[in-house]
Design a protein around this ligand. Structure first.
Ligand code: ATP
Ligand code: MG
Length: 278
């Protein structure tokens, strides 16, 4: 299993994913991180939303143990069966953004726990992707669960091509970011770059928090640690997102997030005018 993926080159230009529904998905990107809770889903949603201003985007929640995307996007709607009664229609968040998640399939009660063996787990995600009528989706963003073992490998093997991965890391757990770098090298995945989430803090007034006594910046999880690793390893650094107490509004991304997302967009859409909307 380990070697089969490593022999594949992740970036195959022009290769189209074609399943039973002849999905015209031309690009697939995965948002990854070995550590849980670092902000993968947050970055996936923000990226999918912004990207959908330029292209038809699908966002697939590959985290079936703890699907957070519907909750973060406040999706109450359930996915409906397609007219053939076999396939599913994704949730249309907007005309150009479709979301698919096990949580939206109404297979159990809301927020139910899922315990599956490795193979079943992989099959569920494969079904979620292959049984969805994607329509005219040009870019698929896969929000990955934490980890680098069976589940990760299983999901990676579902995509017959992957155009790149975006890593999300925290300054406090830089060793996990080093593992992500290794993982990408080992499996031949193209890392487009990294976002350093929870990098420093931002108060509700939009300024970095500081100690009232010594006025030093309050950085509970550290700051710019990943930035320095990126400089050393020559990895693209999309930017740092500070820890904030405010609820993130995906309709109007705060500047502290949009800067990193803009840098991702520049890398993803460069040279792709052919299929992007005018
Ligand atoms: N910069 C931030 N400031 C404040 N809260 C944040 C920030 N980034 C993420 N969060 C919050 O932290 C929680 C975890 O984020 P998220 O779900 O995106 O992480 P994850 O890496 O996808 O987690 P998991 O590994 O469980 O899938 C969420 O409630 C999210 O809203
Ligand atoms: Mg997540």
């Amino acid at each position: 299993m380990l070697t089969s993926r490593s022999s594949k080159k992740s970036s195959r230009k022009g290769h189209k994913r074609e399943s039973i529904f002849m999905i015209p998905i031309v690009r697939v990107y995965a948002v990854i991180g070995i550590k849980g809770g670092v902000g993968k889903s947050l970055v996936s949603i923000a990226l999918a939303k912004e990207l959908s201003k330029f292209a038809k985007v699908g966002l697939v929640d590959c985290d079936i143990d703890s699907s957070n995307i519907p909750g973060m996007l406040k999706i109450e709607e359930r996915m409906r069966p397609a007219p053939d009664r076999i396939h599913f229609l994704p949730i249309n968040v907007t005309d150009s953004l479709k979301v698919v998640s096990l949580e939206c399939m109404g297979l159990g009660r809301k927020c139910a726990a899922v315990t599956k063996e490795g193979k079943q787990h992989q099959q569920i995600i494969r079904d979620i992707i292959d049984m969805t009528c994607w329509g005219q989706t040009e870019i698929l963003i896969a929000d990955m669960p934490a980890g680098s073992s069976d589940e990760f490998l299983g999901i990676m093997s579902i995509f017959d091509h992957l155009d790149g991965v975006i890593a999300v890391a925290q300054p406090s757990t830089s060793e996990d970011f080093n593992r992500v770098v290794d993982l990408c090298k080992y499996h031949g995945l193209t890392m487009l770059g990294v976002v350093e989430n929870m990098n420093g803090t931002l108060t509700e007034c939009g300024v970095p928090a500081e100690c009232p006594k010594c006025h030093k910046e309050f950085t509970p999880l550290g700051k710019d640690v990943i930035l320095n690793i990126c400089k050393e390893k020559q990895i693209d650094y999309f930017g740092g997102i500070p820890l904030t107490s405010e609820k993130i509004d995906f309709e109007q991304l705060p500047q502290s997030i949009s800067k990193s997302i803009d840098n991702m967009l520049k890398k993803i859409i460069v040279g792709e005018e052919v299929w992007l909307k005018p």
